[in-house]
Design a protein around this ligand. Structure first.
Ligand code: 13P
Length: 287
């Protein structure tokens, strides 16, 4: 069932668990995430970056594939199709393509411009029944060419953006996209607690879910995080399983080169990672 992310995140925030956003790259990814969410009776968010959308030939292709797959696989758990780190133009493209949720990442604009653009997009998204995420304080690391330095968000600016009526808010708290470096100092729970206090019951979003230790994930959820984004970890699992298959020479045995066989271990590995995250985030049996 394709839905906006609003209700599933409000329920998560109230119930003190988080819904996973798993970024998709192709058919195998989408199928693996949808089947696992269904198996675990968990709501789920499919994240699509602008780069991944382009790779899949455009947001229209992505929306058509996701909708058809939900139907063909009889997926009954709530699924949101969400633009990840969207530009202003990207948001309009996804609205037109039939996404059920968008993220406008205006964190690199001066706050006044972030407010102005977010206000407009909140209005448009809500009129059409989509949910919308905004961001304050950039997320560190690099994702699809979007580079952030990982600064912590200003709680007053968070309140300013939250008051525009967004459905979820990503606040930088020292989190980074990709693997965390050895010298990473951890999440700033002081920032998270201050933001949480300012924004009332707004579902908060934790980007850079790959490699955050379990205790920090749990603490973040207790402080209002209701959506956690995971991308790199599924890519690493897929790559490791595929490498193992090829290094064992399995692609050269019988019809092992058939893409349906060659990509199967990777797809299973994505499922295992998604299963593990859904359990950790506490969203199993919440559909
Ligand atoms: P990771 O790649 O670190 O899991 O981050 C994903 C993310 O935050 C997508 O927006």
């Amino acid at each position: 069932m394709l839905v906006s992310a609003k209700e599933m995140l409000q329920k998560a925030r109230e119930g003190k668990y988080a819904v996973g956003q798993f970024n998709i790259n192709n058919l195998e990814w989408t199928k693996a995430v949808l089947l696992t969410a269904q198996e675990m009776k968990s709501p789920v968010i499919l994240g699509v970056s602008e780069g991944a959308g382009k790779y899949m030939t455009g947001f229209g292709t992505v929306a058509a594939m996701v909708k058809a797959m939900i139907d063909e696989l009889n997926i009954t758990v709530p699924v949101a199709l969400h633009l990840d780190h969207g530009t202003y133009d990207g948001c309009y493209k996804c609205i037109k393509a039939g996404f059920s949720s968008i993220m406008f990442d205006g964190s690199h604009y001066p706050i006044a411009e972030n407010v102005e653009k977010t206000t407009e997009l909140v209005h448009v998204a809500h009129q059409l029944g989509l949910s919308i995420e905004a961001e304050v304080g950039s997320i560190g690391g690099e994702e699809d060419g979007v580079v952030g330095m990982g600064e912590c968000a200003d709680p007053d600016e968070c309140k300013q953006i939250a008051d525009l009526g967004v459905d979820m808010l990503a606040a930088g708290i020292g989190n980074i996209h990709g693997k965390y470096p050895e010298n990473w100092t951890g999440l700033s729970f002081e920032t998270l607690a201050a933001v949480n206090e300012k924004v009332g019951d707004m579902p908060l979003v934790l980007h850079g879910g790959t490699g955050i230790p379990e205790d920090m994930i749990k603490k973040a959820i207790s402080l209002g995080v209701a959506k956690i984004n995971v991308n790199t970890e599924c890519q690493l699992s897929f790559a490791a399983a595929t490498r193992e298959y090829i290094e064992a020479g399995k692609d050269q045995q019988g019809k092992g080169f058939d893409p349906r066989k060659l990509l199967a271990p990777g797809a299973e590995a994505i499922k295992a990672t998604v299963r593990e995250k859904i359990e950790l985030f506490g969203s199993a049996n919440k559909a």
